[in-house]
Write a protein that binds this ligand. Structure first.
Ligand code: HEC
Length: 114
């Protein structure tokens, strides 16, 4: 469902991704903080993230994330994961970003599968 309000989707083209390659990228870059299910202590759980509102887990989010109005579509994830603090200024996600489009596309394909 499209968001009622909130920021417009970034104008990016998200290439087709490979979910199994994306799982390796998740393990290497994200799993130190994020789990797919279970515990949101270090970072919000990411199972079911595609299509979910930002800031919806039981987690002490930054105000920036909580109030971002984002619904996590492919395009929002593609832009956020390239440069988290540029897409959500003030986020407390301490991660520089994944520069390669293919890595982000694969990761999004994986996140859609969990
Ligand atoms: C150093 C720890 C850390 C790493 C590494 C990290 N994250 Fe995060 N992530 C966080 C934190 C903390 C938040 C909450 C940010 C906030 O509240 O501003 C977050 C938020 C998010 C959100 C928004 C969640 C929501 O419920 O709205 C997504 C999506 C996300 N991260 C994806 C990823 C992906 C994919 C990777 C790997 C490429 C990654 N993160 C790497 C700590 C991390």
């Amino acid at each position: 469902m499209p968001p009622k309000k909130g920021p417009k989707e970034p104008e990016v083209n998200v290439p087709e991704g490979d979910a199994s390659a994306g799982r390796d990228i998740f393990d290497a870059n994200c799993s130190a903080c994020h789990a797919i299910e279970g515990d949101s202590t270090a970072a919000p759980v990411l199972g079911g993230i595609v299509g979910r509102k930002a800031g919806a887990e039981k987690f002490a989010y930054s105000k920036s994330m909580k109030n971002s109005g984002i619904v996590w579509t492919d395009k929002h994830l593609f832009a956020f994961l390239k440069n988290p603090s540029k897409h959500v200024s003030g986020t407390k996600m301490a991660f520089a970003g994944l520069p390669a489009d293919k890595d982000r596309a694969d990761l999004i394909a994986y996140l859609k599968s969990v």
